[in-house]
Design a protein around this ligand. Structure first.
Ligand SMILES: NC(=O)C1=CN([C@@H]2O[C@H](COP(=O)(O)OP(=O)(O)OC[C@H]3O[C@@H](n4cnc5c(N)ncnc54)[C@H](OP(=O)(O)O)[C@@H]3O)[C@@H](O)[C@H]2O)C=CC1
Ligand SMILES: O=C(O)C1=N[C@H](C(=O)O)C[C@H](O)C1
Length: 271
């Protein structure tokens, strides 16, 4: 079987460089194209050299439309606007996508779902196996502990992160709210300050820490009187996300159309 040709969007970024390395090392896959922001000083450089894995023959281009036809799957960990631009191009060209970008607005999430009418894509705020296992554990904890506990989601990331709470924390909130029959938009409380009054049991709280080079940490408290369950995940390097994205790219190459997430890729949906 021919190698899967992968394009990496934002290949000069923290995740982009890690993804180039992960795809390069993966069996049956090649980095065939790469993009960066149009005014980036990296334009024209080789994606492999930027990622520190040696020359790969894929120069960083300023727009995905220049490399349409040169890839089978696009892996996109960039910004919401860049992802929307690439989504439209991939939809028109019928190319598959793996989207890791977080901070999408409700309208942008809707656009992802609409594009999946025509193309196959994986869209997930966290591609690590551990976090996706945690989503299952959270549903189980919410089911068992139900309305008798206070639920708080605490996340910490590096100082460069631009969206808050993290996409993972929001997805954790959605999983818990869905399990409890609550609507996250109605019960979410984002940080607290001043005279807040006592806590309302139905709320789900979000606390955000941005500090140093923290890769990504999430902890969910189910707190009752007399005991507390904590479900926590700590990523210590970005390769854990990149390896998940590579698995997603391999998996989505076998799909024709539809929106999927890492629960599908990892076979966790029916567990
Ligand atoms: N789903 C998951 O498992 C994970 C998701 N993420 C998410 O991935 C995203 C990226 O994170 P991170 O790598 O840390 O961020 P970075 O800012 O390091 O990387 C984003 C890259 O995209 C580039 N970029 C911006 N606009 C365009 C464009 N129009 N075309 C091509 N490239 C563009 C940026 O260039 P410039 O710097 O010049 O603006 C930058 O190099 C975030 O949303 C983050 O939350 C992160 C880790 C795991
Ligand atoms: O920006 C990051 O770094 C990360 N973003 C993702 C998120 O917002 O959930 C996933 C991971 O925690 C790292």
């Amino acid at each position: 079987m021919a190698d899967i040709r992968v394009a990496v969007a934002g290949a000069g970024g923290r995740m982009g460089r890690t993804l180039v390395g992960a795809v390069h090392r993966a069996e049956g896959m090649v980095v065939s194209a790469a993009t960066e922001q149009a005014d980036s000083g990296l334009i024209g450089l080789d994606a492999g050299e930027v990622a520190g894995v040696g020359k790969l023959g894929a120069a960083l281009r300023p727009d995905l439309d220049e490399v349409l036809g040169e890839f089978d799957v696009l892996i996109d960990f960039t910004t919401p606007d860049a992802t929307m631009h690439n989504l439209a191009l991939c939809r028109d060209a019928r190319c598959r996508m793996v989207i890791g970008t977080t901070g999408l607005s409700p309208g942008q999430r809707e656009a992802v779902s609409e594009a999946a009418i025509d193309i196959a894509l994986v869209y997930a705020p966290n591609m690590s196996v551990g976090v996706n296992l945690c989503f299952k554990l959270l549903a189980m904890a919410a089911e068992v502990m139900g309305d008798d506990v206070d639920i708080e989601i605490i996340e910490a990331h590096h100082r460069h992160k631009v969206d808050a709470p993290s996409g993972t924390a929001l997805r954790m909130g959605e999983v818990i709210a869905d399990t409890l029959g609550r609507k996250l938009d109605d019960v979410a409380v984002f940080g607290r300050h001043g005279h807040t009054g006592p806590r309302e049991r139905q709320t789900i709280g979000f606390e955000t820490i941005r500090a140093g080079d923290t890769v990504g940490e999430h902890s969910v408290w189910f707190a009752a009187d007399g005991e507390r369950v904590e479900i926590s995940h700590r990523a210590s390097n970005r390769m854990t996300f990149a390896r998940g994205a590579v698995r997603a790219a391999q998996w989505i190459a076998g799909q024709e159309r539809g929106q999927f997430d890492m629960q599908d890729v990892l076979g966790l949906r029916e567990l």
